[in-house]
Write a protein that binds this ligand. Structure first.
Ligand SMILES: Cc1cc2nc3c(=O)[nH]c(=O)nc-3n(C[C@H](O)[C@H](O)[C@H](O)COP(=O)(O)OP(=O)(O)OC[C@H]3O[C@@H](n4cnc5c(N)ncnc54)[C@H](O)[C@@H]3O)c2cc1C
Length: 470
């Protein structure tokens, strides 16, 4: 698409309304680079609507003038989905100002929020009503509900509560023709044909701009128990997960796998952390049980039995909320520690849960053999069959150049291994710009054809987030 002409820019400003746009370079700059600094965009204008009807007017103006719109929320996405193209051909539309928590229905276990609501604020509002919104991730202080929906975000509670797809009861969105998809009611049962809102969940802003959502809640658990265990490897970790699931009657809320190299990165690069266990362990597990009172005993007994079975070498149970938070901070800040350490190729991949330990070991061997000096750092949501299979450049002065020369080949090999194992090249971060070529190469042709047909049907002018996903 060509860069928007002055008439188009003027029409978009009018549509957004007074005070709801900016052309200031310092306001735009932080929105034109992603969190990892991989993608750099350009845009002549940032639109900041406060109300759904302004979004409608903006989309209509964009369609009339053939201007591409790039939706953005907290800009914490990891695949460049919210970054405008570098040629300046698109305008940014940020939904951050639409951030009201409209209602919390504790009896019905739903809450209605606007797209710009920040995840941490959603957590707080749910907690104030004695409920919990059971989706959390490291970027919770910035990520917005609109972005989380559009990336079908996962996080650390998926093994019990599912991804965003399972947690959206209702949705309101502006479609590419300016019409409003109004499905906010969130009916438990609605078999009246295709579930269009599910197309927008994980749609990465290519099919509509999310303006509000009804989210599913769960009752706040009476008891939470967090533990850290040193384990011999991913196989033992999976055995520990099965044991704790059985012992707790399915109350394992989170189960995160961390290699020792990951823990060491956090200790080395970020202040205020200490090693949870005294000895050295090749792998670590962070596990949380949540539910009825009595889980402390379940956790203690389960860990003791796991130690007797050789599934773990040492473990500690958090004795207070502060200790539990400190253990969680290690996991949540691992991506930041990795970022500070140096360059890496990032692969957010999934395979069937039962095959993940074998995959992790064999793929690590294959990648490290093919790229001597590369250091695999695989961590994350073992219980979901989802690890962040990151490949760090060797620790040497020309690390960036080393990685730049091999980045694509490392990704190709990793995705080939994942595909051969029947897995997915994107578990929870999406496709965005980062994985578009890989998806076109490795995706199911029938699914890709259907995706293109849906995009063409709903957005025939191609104005919503072109160059992403599809
Ligand atoms: C430290 C860190 C840890 C993370 N951990 C996890 C994790 O554990 N699990 C996980 O799943 N993800 C994780 N993420 C990435 C995750 O995808 C984002 O945090 C989040 O889902 C995106 O929300 P956002 O508001 O920042 O969206 P943005 O980054 O602004 O946008 C993301 C995508 O959504 C689209 N979009 C944004 N708002 C709208 C809207 N209103 N309507 C339509 N489209 C819209 C954008 O166009 C873009 O394609 C992590 C990120 C960081 C930085």
């Amino acid at each position: 698409m060509p860069a928007p002409c002055p008439t188009a820019i003027a029409a978009l400003k009018v549509a957004a309304g007074d005070g709801n746009w900016s052309e200031a370079p310092d306001v735009l700059a932080p929105r034109l680079t992603d969190w990892r600094g991989h993608f750099h965009g350009a845009a002549p204008l940032l639109l900041l609507p406060r109300h759904r009807d302004q979004v409608v007017a903006i989309v209509r103006a964009a369609a009339a003038h053939r201007v591409a719109l790039v939706p953005q929320g907290g800009n914490t996405g990891l695949v460049g989905g919210g970054i405008a193209p570098a040629d300046g051909s698109a305008v940014l539309i940020a939904t951050n100002r639409m951030d009201a928590i409209r209602a919390v229905d504790a009896a019905g276990l739903t809450m209605t929020v606007e797209a710009g609501a920040i995840l941490q604020n959603v957590h707080a509002a749910a907690a104030a009503a004695g409920c919990e919104f059971p989706l959390s991730l490291g970027a919770k202080g910035s990520a917005t509900i609109g972005g989380l929906i559009s990336t079908n975000a996962g996080g650390v509670q998926v093994l019990r509560h599912g991804t965003m797809r399972m947690l959206v009861a209702g949705l309101e969105a502006v479609l590419p023709d300016g019409s409003v998809l109004n499905q906010l009611t969130g009916l438990a049962k609605d078999n009246s044909g295709y579930d269009i809102k599910q197309l927008l969940i994980g749609g990465e802003g290519t099919l509509g701009i999310v303006t509000a959502a009804a989210l599913r809640l769960v009752p706040a658990p009476a008891c939470r128990v967090v533990a850290w265990a040193g384990v011999p490897g991913p196989h033992a970790a999976l055995a520990l997960l099965a044991r704790l699931r059985q012992a707790s009657g399915g109350q394992v809320e989170s189960f995160e796998l961390i290699p020792d190299a990951g823990l060491q990165l956090v200790l080395q690069h970020l202040p205020g952390h200490r090693a949870p266990l005294a000895g050295a362990h090749p792998w670590h597990v962070l596990v949380e049980l949540a539910g009825q009172d009595g889980l402390q005993t379940v956790m203690a007994d389960g860990l003791a039995a796991a130690a007797a079975a050789g599934e773990l070498a040492d473990a500690v149970i958090a004795a207070s909320g502060a200790q539990a938070a400190a253990l969680w901070r290690i996991r949540e800040e691992l991506p930041e520690a990795e970022r500070r350490d140096g360059p890496a190729a990032h692969h957010d991949i999934a395979v069937a849960v039962a095959t993940m330990p074998d995959f992790c070991e064999s793929a690590t061997r294959a990648v490290e053999a093919a790229f001597p000096g590369a250091r695999v750092l695989a961590f994350g949501h073992l219980g979901d069959g989802n690890l962040h299979f990151n490949v760090r450049a060797p620790d040497r002065p020309d690390a960036r150049a080393w990685l730049a020369a091999r980045h694509e080949a490392i990704a190709d090999l990793t995705y080939d291994l994942v595909t051969a194992a029947g897995g997915s090249i994107s578990a929870e971060h999406g496709i965005g710009q980062l994985k578009r070529t890989a998806l076109a190469r490795l995706g199911d042709p029938a699914k890709l054809a259907a995706v293109r047909a849906i995009k063409a049907a709903l957005d025939p002018l191609g104005i919503l987030n072109p160059g992403k996903l599809v």
